[in-house]
Design a protein around this ligand. Structure first.
Ligand SMILES: *[C@@H]1O[C@H](CO)[C@@H](O)[C@H](O)[C@H]1NC(C)=O
Ligand SMILES: *[C@@H]1O[C@H](CO)[C@@H](O)[C@H](O)[C@H]1NC(C)=O
Ligand SMILES: *[C@@H]1O[C@H](CO)[C@@H](O)[C@H](O)[C@H]1NC(C)=O
Length: 325
């Protein structure tokens, strides 16, 4: 029997070793052969002439003056009724003045929404993008649809040039916003019969809601790192990492479960990994000796690109809140 067990163990161990060796070989081949320019035939971006980042004193003064002028125009909108359209028009005039080359080009048509021409390239500037864009972006979309414009792709505003922010990444990386995480708000509420604090029930509305909130925090959404645009981003940057990170980034198909567990430790990188849930409001109670009948909380969700609102909702129902709601 002993020799049989020994034989069996030997088979298991050697097949494990073979599997590991095989995975390692595949991963190593991929690390060496991953072509960052695949699919970018027109843009061998690292081999093109680049524009100098060095600007002279005069250009610097001019940029600074433009910047000063721009931020003095109060274009910030606070709500649908509180936005300064005079300022937005002034900003429009400012842009024409500050970027004469752009506006004098025959290739560029600058129009207020309502008059769009069919160009190969659109820049959509909504006036209310920080307050959901319901009047700006929505109208731009409506008009593009009306005119049968089919966009090949959409890019968001640029992100930062990350230099020394992502550990292990050598040199600066300009990140392009391809998509944005979705957003949703969920209201949790508990309603019970009100009572006097001298005869409290076993569970109050506050206690029940607090349990739900705690469960929500204890049950994070599934890890989805690598399933959204962040997967391609890291694979594309892989050749800029040094070993062993280069090996890992080139093989997210194998390492994304491991990497997710590292990234989720910090809030900043956890945001890449999953749909996040943040409880931002918790309201209950009116008087020190009254057991409130109503307790309410709001959860702000930032939805990962690889997940839908419906999936998030059913996850919440299944995992966190089923027992209390
Ligand atoms: C791009 O610019 C950098 C810094 O100015 C320079 O060192 C590099 O040689 C340039 N590359 C090309 C291909 O011109
Ligand atoms: C709106 O912006 C203009 C400048 O474009 C400014 O003069 C005016 O005071 C602003 N109005 C309000 C209510 O902030
Ligand atoms: C849109 O175009 C029409 C005719 O082409 C013109 O009469 C109108 O003033 C334009 N509206 C805006 C907001 O530019």
């Amino acid at each position: 029997i002993k020799t049989k067990i020994f034989k069996f163990l030997k088979i298991i161990i050697s097949s494990l070793l073979i599997t590991v060796l095989l995975l390692f070989t595949i991963a190593a081949i991929r690390t060496l052969s991953l072509d960052v320019n695949a699919g970018l035939q027109l843009a061998h971006w690292e081999k093109t002439n680049n524009k100098s980042l060095v600007i002279d004193h005069h250009q610097r003064e001019e940029l600074l003056a433009n910047f000063k002028e721009a931020i003095r125009i109060p274009t910030v909108s606070f709500s649908n009724t509180e936005s300064n359209t005079t300022a937005l028009h002034e900003f429009d005039r400012f842009l024409r003045k500050a970027f004469p080359t752009v506006f004098s080009s025959s290739l560029v048509h600058h129009e207020l929404v309502a008059n769009y021409s069919h160009l190969g390239f659109y820049i959509g500037l909504g006036h209310d993008e920080e307050i959901s864009g319901l009047n700006g972006a929505m109208n731009i979309v409506r008009i593009l649809k009306q005119r049968g414009v089919q966009l090949l792709f959409v890019m968001d505003e640029g992100l930062t040039i990350s230099d020394g922010i992502i550990p292990g990444l050598e040199g600066p990386a300009a990140l392009i916003g391809l998509s944005e995480k979705g957003q949703a708000a969920i209201k949790l509420s508990v309603s019970v019969a009100p009572g006097h604090s001298s005869m409290p029930p076993r569970e109050t509305s506050i206690g029940i809601l607090a349990t739900a909130v705690k469960r929500l925090e204890d049950n994070p959404m599934p890890r989805l790192f690598g399933y959204g645009p962040e997967g391609d981003t890291f694979e594309h940057l892989a050749h800029k990492f040094s070993l062993p990170l280069k090996f890992i980034m080139s093989n997210l198909w194998l390492f994304s479960p491991l990497l997710s567990r590292i990234l989720e430790r910090k809030p900043v990188s956890n945001a890449f990994v999953r749909t996040t849930t943040a409880v931002t409001f918790f309201n209950a109670g009116v008087k020190i000796n009254v057991i409130p009948s109503l307790a309410e909380a709001y959860v702000n969700l930032r939805i990962h690109s690889a997940q839908s609102v419906q999936e998030v909702e059913s996850f919440l129902r299944m995992n966190a809140l089923l027992c209390t709601l």
